[in-house]
Design a protein around this ligand. Structure first.
Ligand SMILES: N[C@@H](CCC(=O)N[C@@H](CS)C(=O)NCC(=O)O)C(=O)O
Length: 224
């Protein structure tokens, strides 16, 4: 039987520690969208994954729209845009009231703050990859650390001035709030010496609230 467009099937390629993939694992869980998770190692990407996504990066969302048509979406931000459209999700979506972006003038602010959080993730990845080299270039790692601290300073100002971008009126964490906490967790994992807790203690309440979410608990990155 041919599947219709109203019942897409989702597969998500991810790695356990990827903060970009974690954004999507948390979003799908909170949207109550069932998906088949396909865990891979980004250091040794399997050939069948590279065939699907030649970029070789996670996350990748595979949407089987019909038996004939499969949409492959690389990049966490592009996937979030897709998931923000209710028409792209299978219905009914259980009891989810979660939405990716706010439905009002806060939307560009939320997207901007999420982009800053994703930038912290990217600089942390760059720092980590450099530190794995035989002779890491300290100029590169120092530059990454500086960008991270400057971006967290910016996010801290946003959290103080526009808290609702991170925590909504029902006191639930938004996608932007999750993105920031995911970035902080990844930072703690890869650059523990940076110790954001000391400089940005205001983030702690958001971390505590975000961890009351089941999807955040079940996607915590393993240490080893
Ligand atoms: N802009 C991309 C970044 C994705 C990315 O860099 N993912 C890392 C894992 S955290 C990856 O797949 N790295 C594989 C590699 O560099 O070989 C996104 O938002 O999804």
């Amino acid at each position: 039987m041919t599947r219709t467009q109203s019942t897409p099937q989702f597969e998500l390629y991810f790695s356990a520690r990827s903060p970009f993939a974690r954004r999507i694992r948390v979003a799908l869980a909170n949207l109550r969208v069932p998906f088949e998770g396909k865990e891979i190692s980004v250091f040794e990407p399997p050939a069948d994954f590279l065939k699907i996504s030649p970029l070789g990066l996670v996350p990748v969302l595979v949407v089987k729209q019909t038996d004939q048509e499969t949409l492959v979406i690389p990049d966490s931000s592009a996937i979030l845009e897709y998931l923000n459209e209710p028409g792209n999700l299978p219905s009914p979506q259980g009891d989810s009231t979660f939405g990716i972006w706010p439905n009002n003038t806060d939307k560009p602010w939320a997207r901007a703050a999420s982009t800053l959080a994703a930038g912290v993730m990217q600089h942390t990845v760059n720092h980590f990859l450099e530190s794995l080299k035989k002779a890491p270039d300290t100029e590169t790692t120092n530059e990454a650390s500086e960008r991270i601290v400057a971006t967290l300073t910016n996010l801290n100002e946003l959290l103080k001035g526009k808290q609702h971008l991170f925590i909504n009126r029902s006191k639930a964490t938004t996608q932007t709030g999750f993105d920031l906490v995911i970035a902080l967790d990844y930072l703690s994992l890869r650059i523990p010496a940076l110790d954001w807790n000391t400089q940005f203690s205001e983030f702690q309440n958001l971390v505590t609230l975000a961890y009351s979410n089941q999807a955040m608990q079940s996607t915590r990155p393993p240490k080893t």
